[in-house]
Design a protein. Structure first.
Lengths: 591, 78
């Protein structure tokens, strides 16, 4: 369909997603007199940042000495040395300013008696390069993400940011030169399609945990930015690395913050043993998340799990006392009562490792610009495209993310990408480039297929098969046969997804159509994960496989890049050299 | 379980109407949201807002048996 028949609006910048990183980027843009549109599938304060619990890390040192270099070491080690050290230095150096800025925006942090921001210990965060656990996580009870999202939203209201609420971006528009010129989007309330033309498109679409059956993620986390990038020929980086959070409520998948262990809670097997003392003698239950998840999965596999079928682990915190729980962890007390029928002030909570976070995503540099191979062994910037937050891969989290580093990632890179968009638009004095005539063709074809199909696969059936495959073939522990089978199964599921059918063909607030379109994005994420995982013949961070149980720095110190076309894989080296300090040499990773 | 839901399709209805649904529930279904998701699988014209499914985002606020609440933390047993 020729683009002249589709409604169109022009902006300087379009931000896709109004979670923590999207809102922080929007704030940066609001101060610049640019014409900006922020699209969100849900009302901004419903974005999944709202569910983050534990804290945002910064070496403020409010209770004990701390410095950014220790934070950087912890993050590099936490990433199992796959994180780019220049990006990690960038983030850790800016952490204190980012948190103080948020406080000045009005974020209601918990406070010490002297008025300074309350900080708690958290997994993988240590003093003096791994000596012992340190209080680095700045917290607002166990509702830090909730407080942060509402603070950023209020700030955007003050800045008069223009929101397009309940709009779903469907595809990127790219011209022959490879520049990104905006998005094609669906207004959910009316079912109308519009082209939002822009000099800069910033993806802040979050994660895609909905590829797994058991996940802490919301229904909306469907990897839309990744699907859009993949369909536009942009590679997805490090997709094989998915974090399984140690403590999701067994059977419900709802998150119980690591902050529980930060406040002194610990894990027990069916024998009442605090087993983390065996797996991580120094920091025990506050080891890095992948280490804890594997320990728990091992205890369960070896028959020491609690519960009727030995299927979960117990998280004990009653010894903290009801007062501490109500003050520091009120949210999880509610969650445990509602979803586990347990009051943690008296009984332990049944928990299992649950899919939680996507370390991979759209490859970017430290300024938030999307990058891809240039065909000559180096990298080129994808003009007009930016990404920040969980959907981006800078990479600061490498093969495993430390708790509290994600909320920090949102602030630092949301701001950085926003600043770069302002800079790039100011430097480009040209008028808006022309849209190619077929800019919306692929999108309109996808919509037309859904609108005309008289029969086909149910979205929930195909989605269910995708989730089961991921859960079975690409979980905490991975096996060579499982990975190869997983790839062929997922290719078959991807074929089935091409003929999904929706009964509801109406225009107004048609969520069946939205779910079918979301499935398209989930499939790209699932495929890229399966294929990247099968190909990585080593174990590193969250990717653990039985046939290659060790880290192989000689052959595998590199990032994976998956291209949708042909399911092709390329690799690029890890940036070991930081911005200004000495590199942290890869070592054996022990906690 | 039988559910009575107030529905409206602007393309078709002149005003909102009540509709009955009978849903076979599984033992793992605990909350009202679980039932609504099951209804949607059978009748995909049934639309409602939902996101976090843990009671923290507010998307699935609705009037339930006369009281306003969040579907994801309203127990089916109640």
């Amino acid at each position: 369909m020729a683009i002249r028949n589709i409604a169109r609006r022009q902006f300087d910048a379009v931000v896709v997603g109004a979670g923590g990183s999207g809102l922080r980027a929007a704030l940066q843009l609001a101060e610049s007199n640019l014409k900006v549109a922020v699209l969100s599938k849900v009302f901004p304060t419903r974005s999944h940042t709202v569910a983050a619990q534990g804290g945002v890390s910064a070496s403020l040192g409010n209770e004990e000495p701390d410095n950014w270099h220790w934070h950087m070491y912890d993050t590099v080690k936490g990433s199992d040395y796959l994180g780019d050290q220049d990006a990690i230095e960038f983030m850790c150096r800016k952490a204190c300013d980012a948190v103080v800025e948020l406080e000045h925006y009005g974020m209601p942090f918990d406070r010490l008696d002297n008025g300074k921001i309350y900080q708690r210990p958290f997994g993988g965060h240590t003093s003096n390069y791994g000596e012992r656990a340190i209080k680095r996580a700045c917290a607002a009870a166990d509702r830090t993400g909730h407080a942060m999202l509402h603070t950023l939203y209020q700030r955007n209201v003050r800045a008069r940011t223009q929101f397009f609420v309940e709009w779903m971006a469907l595809d990127l528009i790219r011209n022959q030169q490879g520049d990104v010129l905006g998005v094609v989007a669906l207004e959910m309330e009316t079912g109308e399609v519009m082209i939002l033309q822009a000099k800069a498109t910033l993806l802040a679409t979050g994660g895609a945990g909905r590829i797994y059956s058991a996940s802490t993620n919301a229904f909306i986390n469907t990897g839309d930015g990744l699907g859009m990038a993949a369909r536009a020929g942009i590679p997805l980086e490090d997709m094989e690395f998915w974090q399984f959070h140690p403590t999701g409520v067994a059977g419900a998948g709802v998150l119980i913050t690591e902050g529980v262990r930060g406040e002194g809670g610990f894990l027990l097997n069916k024998n009442g043993e605090r087993f983390m003392e065996r797996y991580a003698p120094t920091v025990k239950d506050l080891a890095s998340r992948d280490v804890v998840s594997r320990a728990m999965a091992t205890e369960i596999k070896e028959g020491r799990g609690a519960g009727k079928d030995g299927e979960y682990i117990l998280l004990k915190l009653d010894h903290l006392g009801a007062d501490v729980i109500d003050k520091r962890l009120p949210g999880i007390r509610e969650i445990a009562k509602k979803f586990a029928n347990v009051d943690p002030a008296t009984d332990p909570i049944p928990v299992v490792p649950t899919c939680h976070y996507q370390m991979g995503g759209v490859p970017t540099n430290v300024q938030g610009q999307a990058v891809m191979p240039n065909g000559k062994g180096g990298e080129k910037i994808v003009r007009g495209l930016y990404a920040a937050g969980e959907c981006a891969c800078v990479s600061v989290h490498g093969a495993n993310r430390l708790g509290t580093n994600s909320l920090l990632d949102l602030l630092v890179f949301g701001k950085s990408a926003g600043e770069q968009v302002v800079k790039d638009i100011a430097a480009d004095v040209n008028a808006m480039p022309d849209l190619p005539d077929d800019a919306a063709d692929k999108t309109m074809a996808r919509l037309a297929r859904l609108d005309s199909a008289a029969s086909g696969e149910r979205v929930s059936d195909v989605g269910g098969e995708m989730r089961r495959t991921m859960q079975l073939h690409c979980g905490v522990f991975r096996f060579p046969d499982g990975l190869t089978d997983g790839v062929s199964k997922m290719l078959a599921v991807a074929e089935r997804a091409k003929s999904t059918y929706i009964q509801d063909k109406s225009k107004v607030f048609n969520t069946a159509r939205v779910e079918a379109l979301e499935l398209d994005n989930l499939i790209e994420v699932a495929l890229s994960t399966m294929i990247s995982a099968e190909a990585r013949k080593e174990s590193r961070g969250a990717h653990d496989r039985s046939d290659h149980p060790n880290r192989d720095d000689v052959n595998w110190m590199k990032h994976t890049l998956w291209f949708k076309e042909g399911n092709r894989l390329e690799y690029k080296p890890v940036q070991l050299k930081p911005m200004t300090v000495e590199s942290f040499e890869p070592k054996a990773r022990v906690y | 379980m039988r559910f009575q839901i107030y529905r409206y399709n602007p393309d078709v209805d002149s005003k909102p109407r009540m509709q009955y649904y009978d849903v076979a529930m599984e033992p793992t279904d605990r909350m009202l949201l679980d039932a609504l998701v099951r209804i949607k699988v059978e009748d995909d014209t049934f639309s409602f807002r939902r996101s976090c499914r843990e009671g923290v985002c507010g998307s699935d606020a609705m009037n339930i048996n006369g009281k306003n609440g969040l579907a994801c933390i309203t127990k089916l047993a109640d």
